[in-house]
Design a protein around this ligand. Sequence first.
Ligand code: MLT
Ligand code: ZN
Length: 457
Amino acid sequence: MDLFQLLSAELGPARVLRDELALERFAVDESGLPRFPPECAVLAESRAEIELVLRLAQEHRIAVTPRGAGTGMTGGALPVRGGIVLSTERMVRIREIDAENLIAVVEPGVTTGALQAEVEAAGLFYPPDPASLESCSLGGNVAENAGGPRAFKYGTTRDYVLGLEVVRMGGETLQLGRRTPKGVVGYDLVALMVGSEGTLAVATEIVLKLLPKPRAVATLLATFRDLLTAGAAVGTLVGRGHRPRALELLDRVTLEHLRGRTPYRFPDGAGAALLCELDGDPEGMEAQLLRCAESCEQSGAIEIQIAEDERRRRELWETRRRANPTLKALHRRKIPEDIVVPRAAIPEMLRRVDAVATQANLPCATYGHAGDGNLHINLLIDEPDSPELEARIERALDATMRATLELGGTLAGEHGVGLLKQRYLPWEQAPPVIQLQRQLKRLLDPEDLLNPGKIFP
Ligand code: MLT
Ligand code: ZN
């Protein structure tokens, strides 16, 4: 029997997919990269099954690519060497919500939105909110160290993972971390696993820190005539001591794409917008929101709209979250960047992005988590493919990355390196740092079978 027949005999053919049509959805993700079909997809339902797959795959020297919900933006879940896609989409149990100790224990296939709904019903709060929260999985969030708008005040996934149960290639299970808010025993292997893009081990259980749910939320949208003014308003607002939970920037191109296609209608003629949301206690919330509005006005906002009720607030966020899917649907190709620069460098970065796009003669949509200096810069391609176009795209990406590093930034804020950014890893990190990471990878997966071909060029 070959490996796939063995797995089929153990788990049943309904959970070991071999059919070309059934495998189609495992060949793609949200990165826009070409298709990489696996030879087999396993829909695991337990830790024991993940141990079995990783043990047998090691024995047969077959590559395994772990996959959450397939919403990754850099190709992290694409099986570039074929082999097995190991999906955790059926591991959807919330095992525990403990209000006294403020933790949740979940299986990796639970969607972020499902956990949030459950903990909020219990008066608790899980802050990380990637735009794809209704479909992305917590296992994927852990693999990529997902962020989102609320990372500005609350941090990213890594700040909420207290403990992990993981299985490494070969099938050995490791219990990492803890269930308590504090703990300094040994190296922080949980922090190492979070953001390792599924290259070191597969998470089978996640212990997450929760917070009490904020009692009040208030949201405003400030529109500006142009992007640079809006970009400069970010630093001013933060410099004055305000700490909204989210501070999102959208450029004219993004606003134009969203207009008429999403629940919220941005004011006509807006050249850029800042979406600002505060949370905390109801007392003083309105006064705080007005101070943020005032700061935006003094920075040149031409209009301020305050979300008057929960429905309007939801519409605004639904509209913001539609940026990526809308741009993707309206263009033949969309090449997403995810850079971060120090907040004070946002206006200069925006200036450079504009110059790069003009020089490349390519339309570009920029939006993102401006409070964190994290900008999603998207080249929009409708021209037919040609070597000349590819060279132009590469020059534009290179120039964007160079500008980011010159301004003291980093090349990926929340989407990881995956396949898309490998070329740039040595631009940011020195050879000994890359070498050390390769050694860590080899220690856990000596034959490079777990999610091979990712991160490292
Ligand atoms: C977002 O912020 O909308 C997500 O990170 C996806 C994207 O890059 O658009
Ligand atoms: Zn984002």
